[in-house]
Design a protein around this ligand. Sequence first.
Ligand code: HEC
Length: 215
Amino acid sequence: MVTVPQAPTLVRRGAQRPWHAAIAGAWAAIVVLVPAPGGAAEAPEVVQTVCAASHGPDGNSVAPTFPRLAGLQAEYLEKQMREFLSGKRRNEIMDASLPALKTADLTAVAAYYASQKPAAGAVADAKLAAAGKAIFDDGNTTSGVPACSGCHLPTGAGNERYPRLAGQHAVYTVAQVQAFKTGSRSNDKARVMRAVAARMSDDEIAAVAEYIAGL
Ligand code: HEC
């Protein structure tokens, strides 16, 4: 009768997977989780295949009708994507991207664009921007337009409650404020932006959008 001794078997198994190989494996896993020095995390797949074409791979879109997303608050970006999916916010151009968004990790997409560096803003019409600055900083006391800076901050950078506006394309800002004014965009909690926009003239909207583009 042959009996296989226990102890030597265990030693042999251990020899097949030496301790230093196990530690090297664990170390490799840690290295993968830490982003490369200086480099941002890689864009989620849906950003590369769908969003980047309109919003840019780093969220600094070139075409003025497509909003810049770089540096916008992640909570805000995720809220917007979820509301496009639920139909609470509507946009014909976004409709084509909704099937892709349905299966994407929206939290990761929002975090990715939020972590991108916004490109410097630019003003095309300095006189118009100066008129816009007055509204942005102080509002219009006659018609009751509140100062945008009161919520979106004087720099336009926003915070965890109010989205970043700074550097946004004027064409997009005009379209959004007009949409709040007519009510075709109605996903603002407590009608905050609809109440602001309702008091604004078309000239004021154009001016403030021009100022925001340069922030
Ligand atoms: C009382 C606070 C408040 C004030 C004042 C305010 N906003 Fe807003 N604004 C908001 C909130 C909240 C949202 C986000 C709405 C949502 O959840 O979709 C918003 C969203 C926006 C957006 C949409 C941004 C995007 O990327 O889609 C624009 C544009 C905007 N505001 C412009 C302005 C301008 C211009 C003014 C000044 C005339 C202004 N806001 C004043 C609270 C405010």
